[in-house]
Write a protein that binds this ligand. Sequence first.
Ligand SMILES: [Zn+2]
Length: 246
Amino acid sequence: MHPDEETLARLALGEPVGAEDAAHAEGCASCQAFIAELAETLALVRESSGEELVAPPDSVWRAITDEVATDAAVPLSPVPAPAPTPPSASGSSGVDELAARRRPRFGWIAVAAAVGVVAGVVGTQVVPDLVSPQPQVIAQAQLDTLDTGTRGGEAELLSSRGRALDLRVQVKPLDPGDGYLEVWLINSDLKRMVSVGVLPSDATEQDFRVTRSLIDQGYVIVDISREQFDDRPQHSGDSLLRGSLA
Ligand SMILES: [Zn+2]
């Protein structure tokens, strides 16, 4: 039995398929022809997009195949039985008939593959709901001044699927004095800290890429300090805002 078009499309994309399907496709002239034709189309798409092709996620495939199914459900006008022809004239009729039967849907497969290309390459921008959820806030911190505990801003730890974490800092404009503003993650042991970056003095919101391992290791206290352009790279001790991610 021939694998379905989706499987053949995956083969054309070089994606893994079941062993039985792969074995069949390898030995089947009809499937080979189908794959070759699709691969050629994909090569053209690849050439024009300059990007590597990837098979779309299953959710995208479902959306596509649902649409294909809807279209395919439109009844075809009955085809009159072909006039009998001498067997010698039709040649390898089995393969040809199958190819002809599939051909009307080939356009859809190409479109689906192209959509897959877009979904895979452009991803979040094109089909955000299907492919990539909005970043999730996995922890928050209220940032207060150390002396009076006045609220000065907040921080959020954002997670996007399959990506590193971002620390989003939102503050009322802070005064760097003669120096600059530096954002730190301090360990809950209050002994260790790492700098995650410089906050522009006019910034009210800034993202800093951090890693999950930092958070796992207990670096969960967000601190914004005023630093001087001096020869001491460590924390100045002049903290403007601080708060714990929870
Ligand atoms: Zn086949």
